[in-house]
Design a protein around this ligand. Structure first.
Ligand code: AMP
Length: 307
């Protein structure tokens, strides 16, 4: 801690307060995330270990850099990150910040490049949402908060369906799946893309998994043999939970005014059936990214109101 001078609090996370600090000597501005053990003597928090392990050697333009790790005298682990200026949730909530189709293309491409790098290394993020998409001063988007991230792949591991924030949670997790994969993150990517187009969260269930499933099925239609052949094997369906048959609402009726290529990509990402969902690299090859308009250069993004 003697290597850092704390300047101000940046925010409260699930596992502790995050502070802005200056690295003494270099004057580098960093973000300090102090993760307390739940009780004394319990050892280092699992979340911290997971985040350290996964981020330690991960260098990518769109993934937050873990600069340093140390343990404080009161046995808390302190994770030191490069410091961001703002995040996508703040940008979306500030209605005086414009959001053009070119800006949306830039945000989505940064997110897809970050998540493609994670999936290439068999890492699932499991908490993709606008508040975890941070922006540096120069406009670079940095994916953050790997506290829920996990390795996946072969041999197939049991993963807890208790992951991912409700509005960004895919139907297979809501139906109790233990064997999900990168497609789960891609559902969250689709929800973020939809939120950029609508400028409000897309699938706003009311606190419970069942309400979230109702919200999803009202838009996408009820799962059936055509749109999701394997859904009946999932725990909640196997237990006999049934929904009234409802048809899907066409995306052009929801995303009125959105470019056709954006709607086509969004439809490919947000498939009910995880096996049908586009991967991050398939999404990056979609014509949406080579068609006009080009993405806004990151240094031209407006991320704050002029003071
Ligand atoms: P977290 O524990 O990662 O959810 O972070 C809690 C809050 O701290 C976030 O909502 C951000 O406002 C802030 N924060 C986290 N990491 C950083 C960072 N690297 N730079 C600036 N602010 C951050």
């Amino acid at each position: 801690m003697e290597n850092y001078r704390v300047t101000k609090a940046l925010g409260q996370g699930t596992w502790g307060v995050v502070h802005m600090a200056e690295q003494i000597g270099s004057n580098r501005v960093v973000a300090l995330k102090k993760i307390k053990s739940k009780t004394s003597g319990e050892g280092i928090n699992f979340t911290a270990i997971r985040e350290i392990k996964l981020l330690r050697e991960f260098r990518h333009e769109n993934i937050i850099e873990l600069v340093d790790v140390f343990v404080t005298p009161d046995q808390a682990v302190c994770l030191v990150y490069e410091c961001a200026e703002t995040d996508l949730e703040k940008v979306l909530n500030n209605k005086s910040i414009p959001m053009s189709f070119s800006d949306i293309k830039q945000h989505l491409s940064s997110l897809l490049r970050a998540i493609s790098a994670c999936h290439d290394r068999w890492i699932l993020h499991r908490d993709l949402k606008p508040d975890n998409m941070l922006f540096l001063k120069d406009g670079t988007m940095k994916l953050a908060d790997f506290g829920l991230a996990r390795m996946y792949g072969t041999p197939k591991q049991r993963l807890s369906p208790q992951a991912i924030t409700l509005w960004y949670k895919p139907p297979e997790l809501l139906l109790g799946s233990y064997e999900y994969s990168s497609a789960a993150d891609m559902w969250s990517v689709g929800c973020i893309f939809a939120e950029l187009l609508l400028r409000r969260p897309f699938l706003q269930g009311k606190q419970t998994d069942i309400s979230q499933l109702d919200t999803i099925f009202t838009v996408f239609g009820t799962p059936n043999e055509t749109n999701w052949p394997d859904h009946k094997a999932l725990p909640l369906c196997a237990r006999g939970l049934l929904w009234d048959d409802v048809p899907a609402i066409p995306f052009d009726e929801i995303f009125t005014g959105a470019p056709r290529d954006a709607i086509s990509l969004l439809r490919s990402i947000l498939a009910l059936d995880p096996n049908m969902r586009f991967t991050a690299s398939q999404s990056l090859s979609h014509p949406y990214f080579s068609n006009e308009p080009p993405p806004t250069p990151k240094e031209k993004l407006v991320l704050d109101t002029p003071s």
